[in-house]
Unconditional design. Structure first.
Length: 180
């Protein structure tokens, strides 16, 4: 999750007492998932595998879950890891459909996963976006309109392109994946 209950409770102040920890955890998990879905990537530092189509004319491959900490395989190829999850290979990549399997450790140390030896590395705007979205979800459970006579409720969604509230979008925009 992109934030912790402790941080959310600090933001909510006395309002935090109106919800159980399980409900707050559910809302944080939901907000974290919505942000990761919008960004088309995961943020947790862990082992990932991606199968990519090689292109002999391109010297670059983009991996989704940067920053890249180490590449486990292929280990015998000559390439360089660049910023934002890009791999560079001077001779290009072997051409083919989904012919390159890359296993790598990538992502950020999340606020709840930090240790003394591995401090948190998640960029602050991502945690702030999660806190803001969680707070909005707690305040407004997604109801756009309601009518009392004959009980009619309409739920609000993200827009047709899956965008989140504009304040959240502005915080996460640098982390949205640029790939298809």
């Amino acid at each position: 999750m992109l934030t912790t209950i402790h941080r959310l409770k600090g933001l909510l102040g006395s309002l935090a007492d109106t919800w159980e920890d399980d409900m707050l955890t559910l809302q944080i998990a939901s907000a974290s998932s919505a942000i990761e879905n919008r960004c088309k990537r995961h943020f947790k530092k862990q082992l990932y595998s991606e199968r990519i189509s090689g292109d002999a004319t391109s010297k670059y491959i983009n991996l989704r879950n940067y920053p890249i900490h180490n590449i486990e395989s292929p280990s015998d190829w000559d390439f360089e890891v660049l910023d934002e999850g890009r791999l560079y290979r001077a001779n290009g990549w072997h051409a083919g459909e989904h012919n390159i399997l890359i296993r790598y450790v990538g992502g950020y140390v999340l606020p709840g996963d930090e240790t003394e030896s591995e401090p948190r590395t998640l960029p602050e705007p991502l945690e702030l976006a999660c806190l803001l979205l969680t707070q909005l979800m707690l305040r407004d459970p997604g109801i756009r309109s309601e009518r009392v006579g004959n009980i009619n409720v309409t739920y609000a969604d993200t827009d047709s392109e899956g965008r989140l509230p504009s304040a959240v979008e502005s915080l996460i925009s640098p982390y949205v994946g640029r790939w298809v």
